[in-house]
Design a protein around this ligand. Structure first.
Ligand code: RUB
Length: 312
């Protein structure tokens, strides 16, 4: 019964599916498929099994707000459903809707953000963000002559995916090691990165090293742009929750047996960029400042958000 959900969850866990947007869409699709193929008995049983499916999925990358929001979008109407069929259909429809709207959001971000890229610009990007690369590819497709530096992004080296994707699109791209960021910043006139999570006070949680790009950009007076769909905004941060930074296995940094016994390895996956270093947040709803994130969250969630607060 849980095969698809378990399969997708393990692909997310093993980083075969990665990137905040992709994992949210994969998680939502698997939940939709689970509901569509559900052959069990009562509405009550379905709700219980759906809860199990949800836990399996969320356990794959427990700190990913995008995955939580994607899965939540699928299951949100189940408790209001009057029959098993209605509940199944709501999950399947909500899953399709989430995938469609989140893919469309990436297209809007590309169109909006490409206007912030000028002919002759030299850009810098980090890791592998579909929202950031969408903007760069759109600007290139519009005929702008741009050059891009892309960080390697240790330890998983997602930068190799970025340089492949950009070079296949015909973009002039140069791979750099992560520690070369400050050295190339003076030749750069725009930084475009993605987001894993954005907090209510406008802080960015993204791939480890992002905050170094922001600091170096600030020092050099280079605009630092965050490219993100608004479902990566984390409503619970409004009510005091702190985003947990995922830590992964030390074997990703150093193979077993390659470092002296007793030496510890610390492998945080994301870091936090303070709002003061962020120039613009490019979303499908337009370009906003970090100070506007709270208002967007409140508008999107409507009165339901106060129920969440009242139940704290
Ligand atoms: C990927 C990463 C990306 C964001 C945004 O980390 O930090 O910048 O997820 O990506 P990982 P997108 O490889 O650990 O998942 O814009 O595609 O959602």
């Amino acid at each position: 019964m849980f095969d698809t959900v378990k399969g997708t969850a393990s692909e997310i866990k093993d980083m075969k599916i990665r990137g905040a947007g992709r994992i949210a869409r994969a998680g939502a699709s698997a939940m939709g498929e689970f509901a569509e193929n559900y052959g069990g008995g009562s509405l009550e049983e379905f709700r219980k099994d759906l809860e199990t499916a949800r836990s399996i999925m969320l356990g794959s990358r427990p700190t990913a707000v995008s995955l939580w929001n994607g899965v939540q979008a699928c299951v949100k109407d189940v408790y209001g459903a009057a029959s098993l069929e209605e509940a199944k259909e709501s999950v399947a429809c909500n899953a399709k809707l989430f995938v469609e709207t989140s893919s469309k959001a990436v297209e809007f971000i590309a169109k909006i953000g490409a206007k912030r890229v000028r002919d002759g610009d030299v850009l810098l990007t980090h890791c592998n963000s579909s929202a950031a690369l969408g903007i760069i590819k759109k600007a290139h497709a519009q005929g702008k002559d741009i050059k891009v530096y892309a960080t390697e992004s240790r330890p998983w080296r997602q930068g190799l995916l970025t340089v492949k994707e950009l070079s296949e699109a015909g973009v002039d791209v140069t791979l750099i090691i992560d520690s070369a960021v400050r050295s190339v910043m003076s030749r750069t006139n725009g930084v475009f990165v993605g987001a894993d999570t954005v907090t209510s006070n406008g802080e960015l949680i993204n791939k480890i090293g992002t905050s170094q790009l922001a600091l170096a950009a600030n020092e050099a007076g280079v605009p630092f742009n965050v490219c993100t769909e608004t479902y990566k905004f984390s409503p619970m941060t409004m009510f005091g929750d702190i985003v947990t930074i995922e830590e992964r296995d030390c074997g990703e940094v150093a193979e077993a047996g390659t470092i002296p016994k007793g030496v510890k390895v610390y492998n945080p996956v994301f870091d936090i960029t303070p709002a003061k270093y962020i120039g613009a947040i490019i979303t499908e709803q337009g370009i906003i400042s970090p100070g506007s994130v709270y208002d967007v969250m409140v508008r999107q969630l409507g009165n339901d958000i106060w129920k969440t607060r009242d139940n704290l």
